[in-house]
Design a protein around this ligand. Structure first.
Ligand code: ADP
Ligand code: MG
Length: 247
């Protein structure tokens, strides 16, 4: 670690989430505990419907849990993600959380570099200086370069392959240099070779950006490369492997 490295950690404590289900409630996340340090990846695997995406939605502040705490510790202090208001959650997502969903969700009318730039402009006023815009453009181009797409920066989603779109998606999630990176099945729409390239990219990025990363995948071929592996079943999360294995 360099002396400037930021100490980041995510601690999920006894988190439960239920959804309304007719007259009763369905428990999607059932008293889950989890710890993820900066620069490491916790993989979450498990069958469809077991609660993986619900857990990620709670951790990324998109849904507030019924109970439990989700502590995100960074150099600026510790926040409980489970207790934020909607506005606080939105602000924190903009500043500190990178989210990558299964489907890239890119804006059809924007070029690859604009997909990234728009992330920075979201939190800024219309009077943002030309210098700040230039800085945003430079960072967007650097990230596209990091995911191997510098030459494609002027293309719109329809002109990119599925793998390229997913790489734009990942680069976009890194625009705010997130302390916490939350990724849901990034390879599910890709063939195995492109899927492996996306996993390489994620692992490389996690190390260089020191983000605490959660990665949902049901592709077991990549699990040996993750720092820890957890299994979700009926809302319960159990550790499968808690010690990093050297790949
Ligand atoms: P996974 O990502 O592992 O496939 P999900 O978190 O999507 O699992 O779903 C867990 C359970 O919660 C499932 O039974 C699913 O039907 C239910 N569920 C997911 N989202 C909602 C929602 N918005 N409202 C009600 N039930 C939901
Ligand atoms: Mg899911």
């Amino acid at each position: 670690m360099t002396p400037t490295a930021i100490r980041t950690a995510l601690t999920v404590e006894d988190v439960t989430l239920t959804y309304p289900d007719g007259a009763s409630r369905l428990t999607a996340v059932d008293h889950v505990n989890l710890q993820v340090s900066g620069g490491t990846v916790a993989a979450i695997t498990g069958p469809s419907g077991s609660g993986k995406s619900s857990l990620l939605a709670v951790i990324s502040t998109l849904i507030r849990p019924d109970s439990g705490r989700i502590l995100l510790e960074t150099d600026t202090g510790t926040v409980d993600l489970a207790s934020l208001s909607r506005a606080e959650g939105a602000a924190l997502r903009r500043e500190s959380i990178g989210i990558v969903f299964q489907q890239p969700n890119l804006i059809p009318a924007l070029t690859a570099v604009e997909q990234l730039e728009v992330m920075s402009h979201l939190g800024q006023s219309l009077l943002t200086s030309r210098a700040a815009r230039r800085e945003t453009h430079t960072r967007a181009m650097e990230l596209l370069d990091a995911v191997g797409l510098a030459d494609h920066h002027a293309k719109r989603p329809a002109q990119l392959s599925g793998g390229q779109r997913q790489r734009v998606n990942i680069a976009r999630a890194l625009m705010n240099t997130p302390a916490l990176l939350v990724i849901d099945e990034p390879t599910s729409a890709l063939d195995s070779e492109r899927g492996a390239a996306i996993i390489d990219l994620i692992l490389d990025i996690v190390r260089t950006h020191n983000a605490a990363t959660l990665l949902v995948t049901h592709d077991r071929t990549h699990l040996h490369r993750m720092t820890t592996v957890h299994r979700m079943l009926d809302g319960h999360l159990t550790p499968e492997r808690l010690i990093a294995r050297t790949a």
